[in-house]
Design a protein. Structure first.
Length: 190
C-alpha cells in the first residue's frame, strides 16, 4: 500500500489525480523492464544471434528501443521489440522461444514501391528475395494498399508497411540487414 501512496503523491496535479491510484497496476509498477539481452536469453541460439547482428548493425545510431510483452490472445509471439530512429520505426522483431520474425519498416506504402524500383535495377536476385518478404493481405479493410513489385502488383497492410522475414536463416538476416542499411542511406538523403 505504501508503494501505491508514493505513486499517488508523484502523480501530476490534475483533476484525474485520484484516478491514477485506482488505475495503478501494483504488481508491475515497480518491476524491472526487460532489456533486449533479457529477451535473447529466452530465444533459440539462431534467433538470439539474429538479434545480436541487428543490434551490431544499429550501433552508432541514436536509436530508441521499445519493448512490449504480448499476450497469447493478441499475437503468436511473446515479445515485440521496435527500434526507433528520429521518431520513426526502422526495424524490429517479434519473438518467442519457438518463432522469430524480423521486420523492416518503410513507414509508408509508397516508400516500398520506390525502394523496389531501385532494387529491381541494381540487384535482381535481392529484389526477388525482398519481394517475397511482403505477405499479401486480401482483407477488405480501408488500410489495404496496393504496392508494385516490378511488373507485379500486390496488396499489403497499409498500417504496418513492413517487410516480414519469418524464421530467417543466416543468409536471410544478412540480406535483411543489407536492405535496412541501403534503405536507411537512401532515406537519410531525402
Amino acid at each position: 500500500m505504501m508503494g501505491g501512496i508514493a505513486y499517488l503523491c508523484k502523480a501530476p496535479n490534475s483533476k484525474y489525480k485520484w484516478m491514477n491510484f485506482l488505475r495503478l497496476d501494483f504488481k508491475n509498477a515497480y518491476s524491472p523492464i526487460p532489456t533486449v539481452n533479457d529477451i535473447c536469453k529466452t530465444l533459440s541460439a539462431r534467433s538470439s544471434e539474429a538479434v545480436r547482428k541487428l543490434e551490431n548493425n544499429l550501433s552508432g545510431m541514436s536509436v530508441k528501443v521499445k519493448i512490449k510483452p504480448l499476450r497469447g490472445i493478441v499475437s503468436d509471439f511473446k515479445w515485440k521489440v521496435e527500434y526507433v530512429y528520429k521518431g520513426k520505426n526502422i526495424c524490429g522483431f517479434y519473438a518467442d522461444n519457438e518463432s522469430f520474425m524480423l521486420c523492416i519498416y518503410f513507414n509508408h506504402f509508397q516508400n516500398i514501391s520506390e525502394f523496389v524500383n531501385l532494387l529491381y535495377e541494381e540487384d535482381h536476385d535481392l529484389y526477388l528475395w525482398f519481394k517475397e518478404q511482403f505477405p499479401e493481405r486480401l482483407c477488405k479493410c480501408p488500410n489495404n494498399r496496393r504496392v508494385t513489385f516490378g511488373d507485379e502488383s500486390r496488396r499489403i497492410c497499409g498500417l504496418s508497411n513492413r517487410a516480414e522475414i519469418v524464421n530467417p536463416d543466416d543468409c536471410d538476416v544478412d540480406k535483411a540487414l543489407y536492405v535496412l542499411r541501403k534503405y536507411r542511406n537512401i532515406g537519410s538523403r531525402r
